[in-house]
Write a protein that binds this ligand. Structure first.
Ligand code: ADP
Length: 464
């Protein structure tokens, strides 16, 4: 099958979040399954400065490309006015004012490019609002060109909270008929909503976990788009993201004190000791060590965690927290560390090597997210035999259960505390705990599995 993947960020070229990981890993896994894939993203300044012109080939004045995997061409849509600047979407004053111009240009130019390189895809797989005009343009501006006939589109939503909303006055910039500024199109409470139009125009909708695909059809999680999604519910699917096991593997991880597998669990405890030493916590293997690696945000459960933290610190446990985010949570946590210096170790920064040490050295990984489209932390911790404790939502509900972790079902401080008590009690039974670790470490969330599911969805779209 011929596939175009269109996303506004792709590892290893440009990244601000998980979207880039998916857009970088999925094409490689699809190629392994024998598919013909190309990728298109904006040619940001950061790509030229970080990757250098030498690794990029010039195709046209405004198009360069690079190759990933065996033979996947990644095309960069260049435009000095729109993309030759420091950020991807924002500067320190907030969103760029011309984001609608920038990403509508990217979408249109990507479609033109297909014809210029004579690559007619069976499937165009677009991601998030920045690429959502592609399905719209295919059925409007490009609908009368035979080259573009029968191309099927899939739109993946990575977080429904980001929709690309602009004022009504900007609509003419899209070069579309005002008819489309309607309830079945772009109109959203009097504004232009790009993701909404994408959801209306694409052939299939997909999110990054099965549970999240259901949740976003409800008022609680849909951020106003639940109606659109509900209307198209027979077209809405959920496929879990995979995890890159070449990076996240305790058998080969060079950041941790000692590599290990479930056959050499004693070595995991050496990592625990190393982490306790690094964090200046009492060296004691009998106390359960809880780890957190996260953005400090309400989405990640820091509202109930801050309410519960005093009670948690009174339990017989240790807690290492690595993260940055809302200043509010920085302050709350700094205050609590002063009160319980032998219980909590706090690291308010982004630190990849330390994240690896926490995944390897902790006994339990705390991830009480209020909502979680997919989540990587829990998948990483499972691989490291660090038992996840999660709220039952989104991708957390699809990857963690009573067999491999701890799950609480009511989003409240009390239920979080109860679940932590349950985990500390379970930790006391060493044989059972080690069996739990083994079950966790055997879980497999590889990209190969996810790519096979995507391929099934592509087949469905192609034949419908
Ligand atoms: P998000 O919603 O932030 O994308 P995920 O769980 O999907 O949440 O992915 C977060 C990723 O970022 C994980 O790989 C996690 O280990 C990493 N991460 C988050 N905060 C930090 C930090 N402060 N230092 C290092 N890594 C971090």
């Amino acid at each position: 099958m011929k596939i175009l993947l269109a996303a506004s960020e792709v590892v290893p070229f440009a990244k601000t979040g998980g979207l880039a990981d998916v857009a970088g890993a999925l094409p490689l896994a699809l190629e392994e399954l024998g598919q013909e894939v190309i990728v298109a993203l904006p040619g940001y300044k950061v790509i030229q400065s970080r990757h250098g012109r030498d690794k990029m080939q010039k195709l046209k004045d405004d198009i360069s490309y690079s190759t990933i995997g065996k033979n996947i061409k990644v095309y960069f849509i260049e435009n000095d006015k729109y993309f030759n600047r420091d950020g991807l979407y924002t500067d320190k004053t907030g969103d760029y004012k011309d984001n609608l111009d920038r990403f509508s240009y990217y979408c249109k130019r990507t479609l033109e490019l297909l014809k210029e390189i004579n690559f007619k895809p069976d499937i165009v797989h677009v991601h998030d609002w920045q690429a959502s005009l592609i399905p719209v343009y295919l059925k409007t501006l490009f609908v009368n060109e035979s080259f573009y006939k029968n191309i099927k589109t899939i739109l993946t939503v990575h977080n429904i909270g980001y929709q690309g909303i602009f004022s009504r006055e900007e609509f003419p910039k899209l070069s579309l008929d005002w008819m489309l500024f309607s309830i079945e199109g772009f109109e959203f409470y009097g504004k232009v909503n790009i993701l909404k139009a994408g959801l209306e125009f694409c052939d299939y909708i997909n999110t990054v976990s099965p549970t999240y695909s259901q949740e976003i059809q409800t008022k609680e999680f849909g951020f106003g788009l639940e109606g659109v999604l509900n209307k198209r519910r027979d077209r809405v699917f959920g496929i879990l993201n995979g995890l890159d096991y070449s990076i996240w593997n305790p058998k080969t991880d060079r950041f941790i004190a000692q590599e290990y597998s479930f056959k050499t669990l004693q070595d995991k405890y050496n990592n625990k000791q190393d982490l306790q030493k690094f964090c200046k916590l009492p060296l004691n293997l009998d106390v359960p060590l809880f780890g957190i690696v996260s953005r400090l945000a309400e989405q990640k459960g820091f509202d109930i965690l801050s309410e519960a933290i005093d009670s948690i610190c009174k339990m017989n446990l240790q807690l290492v927290i690595l993260g940055t985010g809302d200043i509010k949570y920085h302050l709350i946590l700094e205050r609590i560390v002063k009160k319980y210096p032998k219980v909590i170790s706090l690291h308010l920064k982004f630190d990849d090597p330390l994240a690896h040490k926490i995944y390897a050295g902790s006994d339990v990984f705390l991830m009480p997210s209020r909502y979680e489209p997919c989540g990587l932390g829990q998948m990483i911790s499972l691989k490291y035999g660090t038992i996840p404790l999660v709220f039952k939502t989104g991708g957390l509900a699809d990857t963690v259960n009573e067999e491999n972790g701890f799950v609480f079902e009511r989003y409240s401080k009390d239920d979080l505390i109860k679940s932590i008590k349950k985990a500390t009690a379970a930790f006391q039974n060493k044989n059972k705990w080690n069996a739990l670790i083994e079950t966790a470490m055997k879980c497999n969330f590889s990209w190969e599995e996810s790519a096979k599911e995507y391929l099934q969805l592509y087949e469905k779209a192609k034949t419908k």
